[in-house]
Design a protein around this ligand. Structure first.
Ligand SMILES: Cc1cc2nc3c(=O)[nH]c(=O)nc-3n(C[C@H](O)[C@H](O)[C@H](O)COP(=O)(O)OP(=O)(O)OC[C@H]3O[C@@H](n4cnc5c(N)ncnc54)[C@H](O)[C@@H]3O)c2cc1C
Length: 400
């Protein structure tokens, strides 16, 4: 039976960078995915926003690592993954928004993040054409200013998946596609296969494999894979829709998040990628739980109205394509990255909600350290935010 140091279930936002960084450490790695090629799960539904400006220190430090990987990728490995350090901008139109952004700034600055409050005229400079008064006919709100974090950015999830896959393959990672993991058998000891210690056995629709460590990186299906590991994971997907326009001349750089909750949607976020396409996404209100990925007829009319209210000059732009994907949600909006205490050789990197793409490379580097050194790269008291054994009612991150 083929034997590996690490078997990764899922060639997605987490599994791909993890396979690459493990192979760089010369480990023998197998990645199994039920889909036909790399990044075909939720990775390709992400729009590619990457920010370190969170409020949870573990997410902040993990995304700082990710930003280092994304921003340095072209120089170090040669592929253009369309990284743009355009920043994130949260415009404020209401007093409540201004108050909550300014309160959050205090925490974010305490963690050393480069983020500031900009006045309305500075926001207008950053986002030419942004509506100074929204819905004037309806007595709408005036642009009050907003926050801006210039070191955040955006990057193409499709190009990134391709780059991680190609480099991982070149380093010897074995990929099995169109193959679904059906069963995982526990075993007595954890150890890297190269050290001769037998670990879990993974059975798929086609074959069986033996490994020192099995990583559950199964995204929206992580709960099912958790059951195979004998662990109940609090992960339930809900769906979000996104789309892309025709390309137009570049006119703004930041990823814009409009957090005003209006009937039907909690927020929207969008940016203009390097070729001029505007990529956009909406968080529905109420959430739509479940696995359905069929596009709805309500998304585009709602999204278009919000986008044009914010940027009236976009009223004639053509939408090229829309899609719907899943956020693998945990109860507190924070992922689970941990060893399963009761089961030797079982590792989890699941529940990435709406942030799995941006967390991916940073999580991968921590997983490599967990596997090879027994502890994460981040300080353990910070990394424990991601513990499987935490109290899920205590922390609460913005679910975007
Ligand atoms: C519309 C939308 C926009 C988003 N925008 C962003 C964004 O801007 N920034 C960001 O950071 N995140 C964003 N996200 C979230 C992001 O897409 C996810 O958090 C991330 O892709 C999850 O990564 P993952 O590796 O856990 O899952 P995936 O990328 O889905 O990978 C899991 C893989 O596991 C495979 N798998 C599952 N079960 C099995 C099995 N039994 N056997 C074999 N293979 C299996 C699946 O086929 C899949 O390929 C967005 C999501 C949506 C829906």
């Amino acid at each position: 039976m083929a034997t590996y140091d690490v078997i990764i279930i899922g060639a997605g936002s987490i599994g791909l960078p993890t396979s690459f960084f493990l192979a760089k450490e010369k480990l023998k790695v197998l990645v199994i995915d039920e889909l036909a090629s790399a990044g075909q799960g939720q990775n390709k539904t992400a729009i590619g926003g990457v920010r370190a400006t969170h409020s949870d220190p573990a997410k902040i430090q993990t995304c700082q690592l990710s930003l280092e990987v994304f921003s340095g990728w072209k120089e170090e490995y040669g592929d253009d993954i369309h990284f743009q350090r355009g920043g994130y901008c949260f415009p404020a139109y209401t007093k409540a928004q201004e108050k909550s952004f300014k309160e959050l700034l205090v925490t974010q600055k305490r963690y050393g993040l480069n983020i500031d409050w900009l006045e309305a005229d500075q926001i207008r400079g950053l986002l030419p054409g942004i509506n100074p008064v929204e819905n004037p006919a309806e007595g709408g709100d005036e642009l009050r200013g907003g926050t801006y974090s210039p070191e955040d950015g955006n990057v193409s999830p499709l190009l990134t998946a391709k780059a991680f896959y190609n480099h991982a393959k070149r380093l010897g990672v074995n990929f099995k596609f169109n193959e679904k993991v059906m069963e995982i058998e526990n075993s007595s000891g954890q150890g890297l296969a190269s050290s001769g210690v037998e670990g879990p056995r993974v059975k798929t629709t086609k074959d069986s494999y033996l490994s020192g460590v099995v990583l559950n990186a199964a995204g929206a299906e992580a709960r099912e894979v958790g059951k195979m590991m004998g662990v109940e994971l609090p992960i339930s997907p809900d769906s979000h829709e996104a789309g892309v326009t025709e390309p137009i001349k570049l006119f703004f750089k930041p990823l814009v998040v409009d957090t005003r909750e209006i009937p039907g949607s909690k927020n929207i976020y969008f940016y203009q990628e390097v070729d001029g396409h505007i990529v956009f996404c909406m968080t529905p209100e109420p959430i739509i739980p479940g696995f359905s990925r069929d596009s709805t007829s309500s998304f585009l009319p709602q999204m278009a109205k919000r986008l044009i209210n914010l940027f009236p000059k976009l009223k004639n732009i053509k939408v090229r394509r829309v899609w719907r994907g899943l956020y693998p949600m945990t109860p507190d909006g924070v992922p689970i990255v941990d060893k399963v205490k009761e089961k030797n050789g079982f590792l989890l990197a699941v529940g990435f909600c709406g942030q799995g793409f941006m967390l991916g490379p940073g999580i991968a580097l921590n997983l490599v350290s967990l596997i090879t050194k027994g502890k994460p790269l981040l300080p353990e008291d910070i990394f424990k935010s991601f513990s499987l054994y935490r109290d899920y009612t205590l922390t609460s991150e913005a679910l975007k």
